[in-house]
Design a protein around this ligand. Structure first.
Ligand code: PGA
Length: 249
């Protein structure tokens, strides 16, 4: 049994004060939520505030990125130890916006996954095809390469701590969700690749869907065998809408 994960990726939204106001409104709305792991991914500057406010609630806190070195002359970057100290439990790696705007490669994503695991953070490794890839019938090629590259040389013993997120780039922030069948097809493909890599341990990996997840489409997505949760952008910014997604069943 895989416990679903519903993660909210706030991207570059919310100051620390706004993040705190969100958490205060959100906590009572999800206090009855069972059998779901909730993760909030605020910008770096709000991680500490969010972590303090969710303490004792079981809610996880993710960064949206991380550097793979322990420390050094890397202006503008943040290390795993800094994130841990601020209260993070997870970190998003390889989001398509990082890949598109900051040239993040599968190799960098792999180094970040390893750094996160070494520090005791659960990585949420994102992948997904662009629209021309899908139209050219290359979806499996693209995500196959991303999953193999991002998880290269990571042992089966770490599988249960890794979360994978399939986010078709054409569905992110566009209002165009993949149909549940389109998502399930890719999730099943990814599960197959994880099995080749890790054998039976692949069954414990949560594979999240991301891309225009909303309160009105979460249940249909979650009804699929290999869809184990969601990575939610826009609809995670309001406590009410994110709470509806978390408590979809
Ligand atoms: P969206 O973003 O829900 O706004 O489409 C998802 C994401 O980028 O993780």
């Amino acid at each position: 049994m895989r416990v679903p994960v519903i993660a909210g990726n706030w991207k570059m939204y919310k100051t620390a004060a706004e993040a705190a106001a969100f958490v205060r409104a959100f906590l009572p709305l999800v206090s009855g939520a069972r059998e779901v792991e909730i993760v909030l991914a605020p910008p770096y500057t709000s991680i500490g505030a969010v972590a303090r406010l969710v303490q004792g609630s079981g809610i996880g806190v993710a960064s949206q990125n991380v550097h793979f070195e322990d420390e050094g002359a890397f202006t503008g970057e943040v290390s795993t130890a800094m994130l841990k100290e601020a209260g993070a439990t997870h970190c998003i790696v390889g989001h398509s916006e990082r890949r598109q705007y900051y040239a993040e490669t599968d190799d960098a994503a792999n180094r970040k996954v390893r750094a996160a695991l070494a520090a005791g953070l659960s990585p949420i490794l994102c992948m997904g095809e662009m629209l021309p890839d899908r139209e050219a019938g290359k979806t499996f090629d693209v995500v196959g390469r991303q999953v193999a590259g991002g998880l290269k040389e990571i042992p089966a013993a770490d599988a249960a701590r890794i979360i994978v997120a399939y986010e078709p780039v054409w569905a992110i922030g566009t209002g165009k969700t993949a149909t549940p069948a389109q998502a399930q097809e890719v999730h099943a493909f990814l599960r197959g690749r994880l099995k080749e890599l890790w054998g039976g341990a692949a069954d414990s990996v949560r594979i999240l869907y991301g891309g225009s997840v909303k309160p009105d489409n979460i249940a249909a997505l979650m009804a699929n065998e290999d869809i184990d949760g969601a990575l939610v952008g826009g609809a995670s910014l309001s406590p009410e809408s994110f709470a509806k997604i978390v408590t979809f069943h």
